[in-house]
Design a protein around this ligand. Structure first.
Ligand code: ZN
Ligand code: ZN
Length: 344
């Protein structure tokens, strides 16, 4: 499968990544450890990768970004390392030590970076596959906008910003890809309460039909799918989530026992208008005794396309601390759709 953003091979290595995930970012005996003081400018310039394993410590890569950004005028020469930006390791895995990175293993997010420095970073720092300008707002549909009309994105400046996270679960690991400019930052911690809540509820209720109406890039549904649910219905109003959720079914196809995933939309459809109210089907995926659907639309309209009696629904919204609002949403779902509901 070609990467929909860059046309390259970003998505092709999923099985290999999972297999190697434990040693991917470890140092070798010949590696140096470099830990910078994040409150000062870096104390050195460019260093060569380890001759034995070809990796470099994360802080040396950040120092390279700092140097290029300072040379291009995006940072002052007295700026501390921590002003550079946020490294997002690819694939994201729970780390036990400061990581050592090989080529194309990080997307770099920065509030200060501009186009020229971004181009140079991708060209000159081989560990970095893409640079994203952080516009300061969480990408996606604005939380408080009930009409779904306002949304935010970050800006891809150079390279490809597609990256993956690998979440450990009680079953096989779950790998989800996303385009970072259009996704909120999520990172596996090794202990992920939402995934545990999902597995626990699925085991308890043994649903015939599971609905994930705010599915994001599909992490919870793919976790649930490890427990052999006959029907799974995924949905998101944010097209950059729904599209990647469908791609992630393809990525996890073997682990989910799916024979094939049929896409009904293309990436440019999402780019044209990323938010939808009326549900549009993004993909069907079929296995021997399973059928997944991915929809793109407002969760409050999803009832119009549900054909089976829903047994279990996971409602995963931001701001779930607002208990009054969450209670209202759960109440409305139970009245309109029915079945059990949990908030992971
Ligand atoms: Zn790509
Ligand atoms: Zn090494």
């Amino acid at each position: 499968m070609r990467c929909p953003v860059c046309g390259g091979s970003c998505l092709e290595s999923a099985a290999e990544m999972i297999q190697q995930r434990e040693e991917l970012f470890l140092s070798c005996p010949a590696c140096r450890d470099t830990i910078l003081d994040k409150r000062s400018p870096p104390s050195f310039r460019r260093k060569m990768p380890c001759a034995a394993c070809g990796k470099r410590p994360l802080d040396e890569i950040i120092a390279d970004c700092w140097t290029i950004m300072a040379e291009e005028g995006d940072l002052s020469f007295t700026a501390p390392v921590m002003a550079t930006g946020i490294p997002l390791i690819h694939p994201g895995v729970a780390l036990t030590a400061p990581p050592h990175l090989g080529n194309t293993s990080m997307v770099f997010l920065s509030r200060s970076v501009r186009h020229e420095a971004a181009e140079r970073i991708v060209a000159e720092v081989p560990e970095i596959k893409g640079v994203v300008h952080d516009n300061g707002l969480v990408p996606g549909i604005a939380e408080k906008d009930e009409t779904l009309q306002t949304y935010h994105t970050n800006t891809r400046c150079a390279g490809c910003d597609v990256r993956a996270n690998i979440f450990e679960t009680m079953e096989a690991p779950v790998t989800v890809f996303m385009q970072q400019s259009y996704a909120h930052i999520e990172y596996p911690r090794g202990f992920d309460p939402k995934l545990i809540a999902t597995a626990t509820n699925v085991i308890r209720h043994q649903p015939e039909v599971f609905v994930d109406p705010t599915c994001g890039v599909g992490t919870l549904s793919i976790t649930a799918g490890k427990y052999h649910i006959p029907r799974i219905i995924m949905n998101d109003a944010w097209g950059y989530a729904a599209y990647w959720a469908a791609i992630n079914l393809e990525i996890n196809r073997d682990a989910l026992g799916l024979d094939h995933v049929k896409m009904h939309i293309a990436y440019p459809d999402v780019q044209k208008a990323p938010v939808r109210t009326e549900p549009l089907k993004v993909a069907d995926a079929f296995g021997d005794d399973t059928h997944y659907e991915v929809w793109w639309g407002d969760m409050n309209r999803l009832g119009t396309v549900l054909t089976d009696k829903v047994c279990l629904t996971a409602i995963d919204l931001f701001n779930k601390e607002n208990r009054h609002r969450m209670a209202g949403i759960v109440h409305q779902w139970k009245n309109g759709i029915g079945g059990e509901v949990f908030i992971p």
